[in-house]
Design a protein around this ligand. Structure first.
Ligand code: ZN
Ligand code: ZN
Length: 169
């Protein structure tokens, strides 16, 4: 897990704790990286996910089997969507999630934001370990289109997804 620019420390801690709790795997922390200015698109005033994923993938170096997840407050986009909560590249084992659309206006309380970013981080890590989208609206692998969808989720995986990922109860 790596912060891309300044991110509140509790967010990173909570994301790490959630990923560790759900997968049972060790979750390490990389040094903070710069806010992804290289990915900024002036016309959209947003940050292009593909450029960020390439940088994150390059960070992994030779340790090919360890997924890397970036957490940022930069507002992310892909060309065919107004925004994304996060994105992943399974072949590169790299993913990124953003709090930009999860924070809300006015900003939600810290606890709720932690829950939201944890669910979306687990969603992207789920893709990196081979999971597809899930129909269970309470599962982290449900595809959230709106913040309300995120709020219905729990940060964990449903039984079907756990089995699919080879995780034991
Ligand atoms: Zn997804
Ligand atoms: Zn599921």
């Amino acid at each position: 897990v790596a912060a891309l620019g300044a991110v509140e420390p509790p967010l990173l801690s909570q994301v790490s704790a959630t990923l560790r709790a759900v997968t049972g795997c060790e979750v390490g922390r990389l040094p903070e990286l710069a806010r992804p200015a290289y990915a900024f698109n002036k016309d959209r005033a947003q940050f292009h996910v593909a450029a960020i994923l390439r940088r994150l993938a390059a960070l992994r170096g030779k340790e090919a089997a360890v997924p890397v997840l970036g957490v940022t407050d930069a507002d992310l986009f892909v060309p065919d969507a107004p925004f994304v909560f996060g994105e992943s590249d399974r072949s590169e084992l790299a993913a990124v999630v953003s709090v930009a659309r999860l924070r809300g206006e006015p900003p939600v309380e810290a606890e709720l934001l932690l829950r939201r970013i944890s669910a979306e981080a687990m969603h992207q890590l789920g893709h990196l370990i081979g999971l597809l989208h899930c129909q269970d609206a309470r599962c982290a692998m449900f595809q959230a289109q709106r913040v309300a969808d995120v709020d219905r989720k729990r940060p964990g995986l449903c039984g079907t997804c756990r089995t699919a990922a080879g995780l034991t109860e």
